[in-house]
Ligand binder design. Structure first.
Ligand code: SF4
Length: 308
């Protein structure tokens, strides 16, 4: 493992270990003795398997959403109709997960993400399938709190003890009062013994400028943006491709002429070199497409989920 990779691995594992401790609770045996032990345990697994543990992975089940948030840090309202990811089918999910798990040792924090996840008809089957994969250590469903789960979804979620639901909290935005079903949702989850984490009511967002109009292709800017970015550890699978972050997903789907550098996106569905490709991917000290993205430069706090 190179020095860059080792540093990245340690930092990312630490970040997601802290997230677990603060949200879903540490209950895996190797989490109970603190970060040092967890890190050593995962390092030892790496030495034995020669495969990476992915600290965090989001599986994008759709880009369709029930809200149109102007400052959405996944840029959902700005997807063109052709670029949108319609709710993913169970068979596509199964194919991606089966392939991806062959290339890694574990995925520490695995999250179903949208758009709005509860719009996806096959989500219960996906959860059931994910729960049978021991390589997925924590399983998380994230929702914006505007929809209630179906009976089928509740039944799938309550069977999985290592699953929790993360609910965005937009109560600070009074304009959304009629759309939010947060209280009803938390009541249902509680009644069904499904663990959840509701973000604090005083959640604020940062104002984003996000994507620059023209691609500057400047390695110094790319490095600077990448180094200070809070989203750089939020890795994604979307439609059979592995991405660094949601901006990479947006660029790839909405700007067909945009040229990614080699190894900056990984094809999952074709080929058998995923493990090697992931090593190459994480060995980079920055990613060129970051020079197109101003996300890391945003610092003005605003009310959450303001609608377009
Ligand atoms: S700066 Fe780079 S890592 Fe951060 S959101 Fe933008 S493209 Fe992704």
């Amino acid at each position: 493992m190179s020095k860059t990779l080792k540093m990245k691995f340690k930092n990312e594992i630490k970040q997601w270990y802290e997230m677990v401790s603060n949200t879903c609770g540490s209950f895996l045996f190797y989490e109970k003795f603190g970060f040092k032990f967890l890190y050593k345990y995962l390092r030892m697994r790496y030495l034995l398997t020669n495969k990476l543990t992915m600290p965090f992975l989001e599986y994008r089940v759709t880009t369709k959403c029930t809200l149109q948030c102007r400052e959405c840090n996944h840029l959902m309202p700005y997807y063109s109709e052709e670029a949108h990811v319609k709710p993913v089918s169970f068979s596509d999910f199964k194919q991606d997960i089966d392939k991806f798990l062959k290339g890694v040792d574990l995925i520490y924090y695995f999250q179903f993400v949208g758009g709005e996840t509860l719009l996806v008809k096959d989500l219960p089957e996906m959860i059931e399938y994910a729960s049978g994969k021991n390589q997925l250590q924590h399983i998380v469903v994230i929702t914006n709190g505007t929809l209630l789960p179906s009976k089928k979804l509740i039944s799938a979620m309550k069977k999985v003890k290592r699953l929790h639901v993360t609910i965005s909290n937009y109560k600070g935005n009074k304009d959304l009062a009629e759309k939010l079903k947060t209280d009803e949702l938390t009541k249902i989850l509680k009644e069904n013994n499904i663990r959840y984490f509701l973000h604090p009511e005083d959640t604020v967002w940062t104002k984003s400028q996000v994507l620059t109009e023209t691609y500057k292709k400047d390695p110094d800017i790319a490095k600077e943006n990448y180094n200070r970015c809070g989203l750089k550890t939020c890795h994604n699978i979307c439609c059979g491709k592995f991405h660094l972050c949601s901006m990479s997903v947006f660029l790839q789907r909405n700007k067909p002429d945009f040229e990614f550098e080699q190894d900056e996106i990984i094809e999952i569905r074709n080929g058998n070199t995923l493990s090697k490709n992931l090593f190459r991917f994480f060995d980079k000290s920055y990613y060129n497409f970051c020079s197109h993205c101003d996300f890391s430069r945003t610092n003005e706090f605003i009310m959450p989920a303001q609608q377009l």
